[in-house]
Design a protein around this ligand. Structure first.
Ligand SMILES: [Zn+2]
Length: 240
């Protein structure tokens, strides 16, 4: 299926937590949006692989995704290898998105950082005609734009998406991952091991911080890979 936008995330729930609002806004505008998770999250501290598969199905419906696929790379060991970038480039060619959104290449979680690097390399390779022909399958297709989203490490964004109108729906999508939100025992109070606050509270703190930066209630930060070409700067302020 041809997609307008494709999100590349390391673990099931990353797309919802980091980018759920942006996805919902694109879907509500009529776009076909897909998510390709790189792993099944089988090394996660909480929940089983079966839990996460079921939860991912519910979250996929909550976001209104057209496609959800999984590269089945090993959780905790994601790397941009020849094999993994070939596999992701094949996903880019198959779904031919105009826009790709992936983790940033600098992140505390090595899988997230590797995901950002892998997306950049696959983005380039997906446009090589002879490589596509030698791989079989869909013809070469390089997405027009690759942008990075934020997870465990901050960056100064070039865009902040206003997600105020879909904030509650984003929370519903995150709540689908109940195994990740609920404490599993007396030594687990449902807090993230690094950041203290629970996942939903942390998502809200970040969304309100970025929302405040753009004069809205909630926002999600994005970083463009390079400068964006525009014909008329007045387009930015809605000049008709
Ligand atoms: Zn993750």
């Amino acid at each position: 299926m041809t997609l307008d936008a494709l999100v590349i995330a390391a673990h099931p729930d990353d797309a919802e937590i980091s980018l759920g609002g942006t996805i919902l806004r694109m879907v509500r505008a009529g776009a076909k949006v897909g998510v390709c998770d790189l792993t099944r999250g089988e090394m996660g501290t909480r929940g089983t692989e079966a839990d996460r598969t079921e939860e991912t199905r519910a979250a996929t419906a909550a976001l209104g995704l057209a496609v959800r696929c999984n590269l089945e790379l090993p959780d905790g060991r994601v790397r941009a290898t020849v094999e993994s970038r070939q596999a992701l480039a094949a996903v880019f060619r198959e779904h031919a998105p105009s826009l790709v959104l992936a983790h940033h290449t600098q992140d505390l979680h090595p899988d997230h950082a590797a995901c950002g690097q892998l997306a950049r390399e696959a983005w380039y390779l997906s446009g090589l005609k002879r490589l596509a022909e030698s791989s079989g399958g869909a013809p070469a297709h390089r997405p027009k734009l690759l942008v990075h989203f934020q997870s465990h490490e901050d960056f100064e964004p070039t865009l902040v998406v206003d997600i105020s109108s879909v904030w509650e729906q984003k929370c519903e999508a995150i709540r689908c991952y109940a195994s990740q939100l609920e404490p599993t025992g007396k030594n687990d109070r449902g807090e993230h091991f690094l950041f203290g606050a629970d996942i939903l509270a942390r998502a809200e703190t970040k969304a309100r911080y970025w929302g405040e930066k753009i004069g809205r209630s909630h926002g999600e930060p994005l970083l463009l890979q390079g400068p964006l070409a525009i014909g008329n700067p007045l387009d930015i302020v809605g000049f008709a």
